[in-house]
Design a protein around this ligand. Sequence first.
Ligand code: NAD
Ligand code: HSO
Ligand code: ZN
Length: 437
Amino acid sequence: MPVFLDTSDAGFEHGFAALLSAKREDSPDVDDVVAGIIAEVRARGDAAVCDLTERFDRLSLTPSELRFSPEEIAEQAARVPDAERVALEQAAQRIRAYHVRQMPEDAWWTDPEGAGLGWRWTPVSAAGLYVPGGLASYPSSVLMNAVPAKVAGVERLAICVPTPDGVVNPAVMLAAQIAGVDEVYRVGGAQAIAALAYGTESIAPVDKITGPGNAFVAAAKRRVFGKVGIDMIAGPSEILVIADSENDPDWLALDLLSQAEHDESAQSILICDDAEFGRRVVAAVEARLETLERRAIAGASWRDFGAVIVARDLEEAAALSNRIAPEHLELCVAEPDVLAAQCVHAGAIFLGAWTPEAIGDYVGGPNHVLPTARSARFSSGLSVLDFLKRTTLARMSPEALGAIGPAAEVLARSESLEAHGLSVTARLQRLNCGPKG
Ligand SMILES: NC(=O)c1ccc[n+]([C@@H]2O[C@H](COP(=O)([O-])OP(=O)(O)OC[C@H]3O[C@@H](n4cnc5c(N)ncnc54)[C@H](O)[C@@H]3O)[C@@H](O)[C@H]2O)c1
Ligand SMILES: N[C@H](CO)Cc1c[nH]c[nH+]1
Ligand SMILES: [Zn+2]
C-alpha cells in the first residue's frame, strides 16, 4: 500500500518529510559501483567496456562489434511495422517544431560609450546521447535527445543504448535514422557514460552527455560532469497528479501507473482534496495492477514509493507540489491554468484531465527528458539550449577605451594585478599621444 497522508493530521509534516527524503537512488552503494566502473573504463578502454557489457547486459562483444554498422541500422530499421514508422515520424516532426522555437537569437549593439557588445550562440561539436534500455526500450528517447541536438546544429551525434542479451529494438534504430544520428553503440549503464566522457579506442569522446537513465547512469553522469557537460539528472520517472473529485479514478490510476511501470524506483503521487476520492483512486490502481503486464515493476514502485496526500484545498496542494518539485505534474482540475500559475517547481506541467502525461512522453512536442529527484527546483527539461554555448563579444573603439579604460586601471590596481592595468594604460597612452594605432 502507498502512504496515505492528510495535511490536517498532527503527524503530517513528519510523514511528508519522510516522503521527500525517501532514498530512491543516489545510494552510496550505487556511487561506489559507478566509481569503479568509470575507473575501469579509463584504465582499459574497449576491453573494460566489453567485459562490463558481458557482466551487466549478458552480451559478449569484441571491440569491433561495439558500434552498429550502417548496414545493421538499416536492416533493423526496415523491420519496423508501418504504423510504428508513421507514429515515430509524426513524433519527430512535432518534437522538431516545438524545439525550433527554442533557438535563441545572437545579439550585438553599441552602447553609449561606443563599445560594441553582444553574444553569439554556437553548438557543441559532439554530443553523446544516452538512450535507456534495461527494463524497457525507448525509441522515443532517441528522438527527445537527437532532435534538439540537430536543431542546435551539433555536428556529431553518438548514441549509447544497452541491448541486454543482444536484443535490439528495431524502432530505436529507425528513430536514430529519422533523427540523423551518426553513431550508435550497444553499450549501456555507467560504462557507456564513462566511454562517452573519456573515450576508448572505438568510442571517441564527446563534449556533452544528455539523456535519462537508471540510478547507475545518473550517478555516472554526476561523476563525469566537469570532464564533459551534462544536461541534468534525469533518473527514475516521477508523476504528481493534483486532482479534484470530479475526475474518473480509473483515468488517474492509469496516469499514476504510467510512470510507476518504468522502474521499481519510480514514484507516483496523488494530491486530492477529498479522502474518500483518494481511496477510490487507490482501489482503481489496485484493480489495474492485477492485469498490467508490468505489474511486478509498477506494483513495487507503487507499494514502496507511491503516496496519496489529502490537502485542505487546491492552493495547499500547489504549495505541497512546489516542495516536491516533481518531474511531471498533472493538473486534473476545473481551472488548470489558474493552478499552474501557483506551481513553480516542476519539470513539465500537463493541463487538464484530457492531457495524460503519456502524451508528453511521445508526441506532445515538449521534451520528455526531465529533471527528477526534486532537481526541478533548479533545473529544466532537455532543450536546444543544452546543446549550445554562449560566447560573449566585446569590441572597443579608441573612444570607448578612453571612456571606460581608466576604471579598469583603477580596479586592476585594487586587485594588485599590474599587467592587467598596464595592458589598458599602454593603449590609453598611445591614445593621448597622437596618431591612433
Ligand atoms: N527522467 C527522464 O527524463 C526519463 C526518461 C525516460 C526514462 N527514464 C528512466 O530511465 C530509467 C531507465 O532504466 P533502465 O534500467 O530501463 O535502463 P538503463 O539503460 O538506464 O540502465 C540499464 C543499464 O544499467 C546498468 N546496470 C543495471 N544493473 C546494474 C548493477 N547492478 N550494477 C551496475 N550497473 C548496472 C547496466 O549497465 C545496464 O546496461 C528508468 O528509471 C526510467 O524511469 C527517465
Ligand atoms: N516518462 C519518461 C520520462 O520520465 C519518458 C518515457 C519514454 N517512454 C515512455 N515514457
Ligand atoms: Zn513514461
